[in-house]
Write a protein that binds this ligand. Structure first.
Ligand SMILES: Cc1cc2nc3c(=O)[nH]c(=O)nc-3n(C[C@H](O)[C@H](O)[C@H](O)COP(=O)(O)O)c2cc1C
Ligand code: SF4
Length: 428
């Protein structure tokens, strides 16, 4: 069942404005935060078990604790790049509840002692950027941003920075380079941004949903937040569900919720055929089959045990009319296009994967090329500057062994086992 904590007021159009937000208790939690010690806010976030909602699921309070106490200025960056294919939860939050993000950011900034923050938003999100800019202006005019916020003595400035549409600028060090006006290319870690980030100063990068989740944690306390979710995956999470379901959209459910219940209850069941497979956490997450979906719970642990991941929480449902060779072609095209090219295994490997799967479709592949696909993917894992190379390799290592028959059939017969000789809908 949906549990609406972050999405409670999405249906109220007025919630977008400062007055509408305040009418529902907006900025009351900020007032409460100013009555607390910053270190107590960090401790509460740690105790809540909140894990980053951007993909990696790293504990937020622990990350905040990595900031060095060296007296240098600190920056807070909100990752609103939302580049993972089929993820659209952050866009909806920024459009429906911009003040929620702003309040979450001011509380977080106060907790970590930062006086300057940016929302790095993907260039395509024109409307969301406008909504945010308007809300930020309202907040400045009401004394909720700028000098001496709410008479607390705390100063904070917040700006929106629009990206130019590169997926790699969602990777935190790529984002920092882009924000500095450089090419958006990732850097080797360590040093981690918490130690040396934006302008080489200590920097915390958090996802939109992570920063918004700080509000209920501080408002109701860590124990109340933990009432939803599991021991290791606490709270609620937004899932963007797309593909072959009757009611695609964003749903907020407690972590640990059964995936099949989300599909059948909230999303109104599978559309256009029988359930075949799903990508559980963005296209970087390996695919799972219908049998696995029946057993899957939506938490970090269960999906990791199944060899996949919760990632950003975007779920793509596929019915039995979907050809897995087509699917892989779409995915590999994306990563090849988005590789920044710094590391050889990623630059060359993503191209090889795309070429190999294309050759299956154009009838130029041999049966041995199926193993070659896996061999290339295996050589791309764990040896590059950032995780894009793994994100491109892992889907292949999931899809090929699980649907090998579809690849073999295509190579032997020259057409798709699933859609016959008709042209696929997904050609690049
Ligand atoms: C290739 C790549 C793309 C990423 N894209 C995003 C993104 O669009 N949004 C996001 O929040 N995190 C993205 N991340 C994860 C960020 O690097 C970072 O871990 C995250 O913003 C931290 O926030 P969190 O701790 O709140 O999850 C991406 C990572 C990689 C490797
Ligand atoms: S892994 Fe790929 S995207 Fe990441 S830095 Fe290397 S080449 Fe760029």
């Amino acid at each position: 069942m949906e549990v609406k904590i972050l999405t409670e007021h999405y249906s109220d159009d007025n919630y977008r404005s400062l007055d509408g937000y305040k009418a529902k208790g907006g900025y009351e939690t900020l007032k409460k935060a100013f009555s607390m010690k910053p270190e107590d806010i960090v401790a509460e976030v740690k105790a809540s078990g909140l894990r980053g909602r951007g993909g990696a699921g790293f504990p937020t309070g622990v990350k905040w604790g990595f900031l060095p106490n060296n007296g240098e200025p600190r920056y807070l960056l909100c990752n609103a790049d939302e580049g993972e294919p089929c993820t659209f939860k952050d866009r909806m939050m920024m459009e429906k509840a911009p003040h929620q993000l702003i309040e979450g950011m001011i509380i977080s900034a106060f907790a970590i002692g930062s006086h300057k923050s940016y929302i790095y938003i993907r260039g395509e999100y024109v409307y969301a950027a406008k909504v945010l800019e308007k809300a930020i202006k309202e907040a400045y005019d009401a004394g909720l941003l700028g000098k001496n916020i709410m008479g607390s003595g705390f100063d904070h400035d917040l700006d929106v920075y629009r990206g130019a549409g590169a997926y790699i600028c969602g990777e935190e060090t790529g984002m920092i380079s882009s924000l500095e006006g450089k090419k958006g290319q990732p850097k080797l870690k360590p040093p981690f941004p918490a130690v040396q980030g934006y302008l080489a100063k200590p920097t915390i990068v958090n996802n939109v949903e992570t920063l918004a989740a700080v509000i209920p944690i501080i408002r109701d306390g860590a124990a109340a937040y933990r009432k939803n979710g599991t021991e290791k995956s606490a709270g609620t999470k937004l899932f963007s569900v797309a593909g072959d379901v009757n009611k695609p959209g964003n749903y907020e459910v407690p972590l640990g919720y059964k995936m099949i219940d989300l599909i059948n209850n909230e999303c109104g069941g599978v559309k256009g055929g029988k359930l075949k497979a799903a990508i559980p956490g963005g296209t970087s997450a390996p695919i799972i089959t219908a049998e696995e979906i029946e057993k899957a719970t939506l938490d970090y642990e269960c999906l990791a045990e199944m060899g996949t991941m919760l990632g950003s929480g975007s779920i793509v449902i596929m019915n039995d009319t979907r050809c897995m060779v087509d699917m892989m072609k779409v995915i590999s095209h994306f990563y090849h296009h988005e590789s920044c090219g710094q590391c050889t295994p990623c630059r060359e490997g993503t191209g090889w994967l795309h070429k190999l799967v294309t050759s299956v479709i154009t009838g130029q592949a041999k049966l041995t090329d199926i193993d070659l696909l896996c061999e290339v993917a295996n050589k791309m894992k764990g040896r590059t500057i950032c995780a894009l190379s793994d994100a491109a390799a892992l889907p292949v290592l999931g899809i090929v062994p699980k649907f090998r028959d579809e690849f073999e059939f295509y190579i032997k017969e020259g057409y798709s086992k699933v859609r016959g000789k008709s042209h696929g809908q997904m050609h690049h």
